[in-house]
Write a protein that binds this ligand. Structure first.
Ligand code: PLP
Ligand code: TYF
Length: 395
């Protein structure tokens, strides 16, 4: 049995996280895994989550099963968060999922049942886990160009040209906001062009929304999804509560679908429940239940939004300070794009040898493609960091 198994493929981001932990230097810096950190380098449990957990502990009177699609109240709260509290949600349904990753996988399985011959198109680059998640669901994958490293913005012409070659019915995976790993998002004008192409060529939008609230704000970051919902007949969204509610290890998310009719939406949700049942039966409850309390209690909701906004603004100011320090140190504008980009990530133009040098000589950990976690930037060590980066770049 097990002797027949080939060596597993390591996850580069999680591998870097382990290497950082094993490094005994005290002045090391982790810009690797995409986890929010405060100015003390901690990833705290959010205040509203802590309070909701206390409430849950006091009031929960059973641990009996919920359902394959989880809690309806949780799902409705996430639908409202994604589509807007006054949206027409009659053709929208959701199932509670095991994080955003679980949503990606069960939605991929559902779409496979709907269109067995469709291929999936991923941005180049994309979150590395998109590949195994979609392959495991049996899809052939293609990529579309996405990032223009010269400008730090989206290569919209390349993206449209490439997606123009997708066959009718294919599925296009899009990052709803805060693109991982580049930080480069489409403008609303770009979205209009992409949506027209999807419509004209009958391509199906599969939206990954893992960072709502980390870019321009909770409502603003949903603008692309809401626009697509208003223009297109069908779509799915894999929403994650890992980042914006800080629930990472609790594994909370939602697999959302919008169908053409209410009857189709209800039937598709039933099929989605079947996909979930045949995988792990039902999702875990604790994180989603806590989220439901935060989203339904006015005071907790307001406190959560306030803390989320503080986190977002911290990342915006770190971007500004870092790009400013690099501008000064390099005496050039080549890093100005960092201040323009959105969310947790940006990419630095560093090759493997330069990344190794940063790690070995300076204790700075950066993912192999040059991606940095903006939330890990040191508030009071920007000059030093900019100096280390410009030094290895010049060698
Ligand atoms: N999609 C993207 C682009 C991500 O970066 C992540 C990771 O955090 C996820 C989805 C899913 O995250 P999780 O499964 O932890 O909710
Ligand atoms: O891109 C990131 O860093 C986050 C966290 O297998 C992550 O999305 C990274 C790798 C992984 C799971 C989560």
């Amino acid at each position: 049995m097990f002797e027949a198994l080939p060596e597993p493929k390591a996850d580069a981001i999680l591998g870097l996280m382990a290497a950082f932990r094993a490094d005994t230097r005290t002045d090391k810096l982790d810009l690797g895994v995409g986890v929010y950190k405060d100015s003390a380098g901690k990833t705290p449990v959010m205040r509203a989550i802590k309070n909701a957990e206390k409430k849950l502990l006091e009031t929960q009177d059973t641990k009996s099963y919920v359902a394959p699609i989880g809690s309806a109240a949780f799902c409705n709260a996430i639908i409202a968060q994604v589509f807007g509290s006054d949206a027409d949600t009659s053709c929208i349904r959701a199932a509670q999922s095991v994080g955003g990753s679980g949503a990606l996988r069960v939605l991929a399985d559902l779409l496979k049942q709907g269109r067995p011959d469709a291929d999936i198109w991923l941005s180049d680059p994309s979150w590395p886990n998109h590949v195994p998640l979609m392959q495991a669901a049996g899809y052939a994958l293609h990529t579309y160009p996405y990032y223009d490293a010269q400008t730090g913005s989206v290569n919209i012409e390349g993206m449209l040209e490439s997606l123009g070659k997708a066959k009718r019915g294919d599925i296009v995976l899009l990052h709803g906001c805060c693109h991982n790993p580049t930080g480069a998002d489409l403008s609303m004008d770009d979205w209009a062009r992409v949506v027209k192409l999807l419509k004209d060529n009958d391509l199906f939008p599969f939206i990954d929304l893992a960072y709502q609230g980390f870019g321009d704000g909770l409502e603003q970051d949903a603008a692309a999804v809401r626009y697509m919902a208003s223009e297109l007949p069908e779509l799915v969204v894999a929403a994650s509560c890992s980042k914006n509610l800080g629930l990472y290890r609790e594994r909370v998310g939602a697999a959302i679908l919008m169908a053409k009719t209410e009857a189709e939406a209800t039937r598709a949700l039933g099929r989605l429940g079947g996909v979930i049942r045949s995988n792990y039966s039902m999702p875990p409850d604790h994180g989603a239940n806590t989220t439901e309390i935060v989203l339904s209690d006015a005071a907790l909701n307001a406190d959560w939004k306030e803390e989320l906004e503080t986190m977002r603004l911290r990342m915006v100011s770190l971007r500004q300070a870092f790009s400013e320090a690099l501008r000064k140190r390099s005496n050039s504008e080549r890093f100005d794009y960092i201040a323009e980009q959105k969310g947790m990530f940006s990419r630095l133009p560093l090759n493997t040898a330069q990344l190794d040098k940063l790690r070995d000589d300076h204790g700075i950990y950066i993912v192999g493609d040059g991606r940095i976690n903006v939330a890990g930037l040191p508030e009071s060590g920007m000059e030093q960091l900019a100096d280390a980066i410009c030094t290895v770049l010049a060698e």
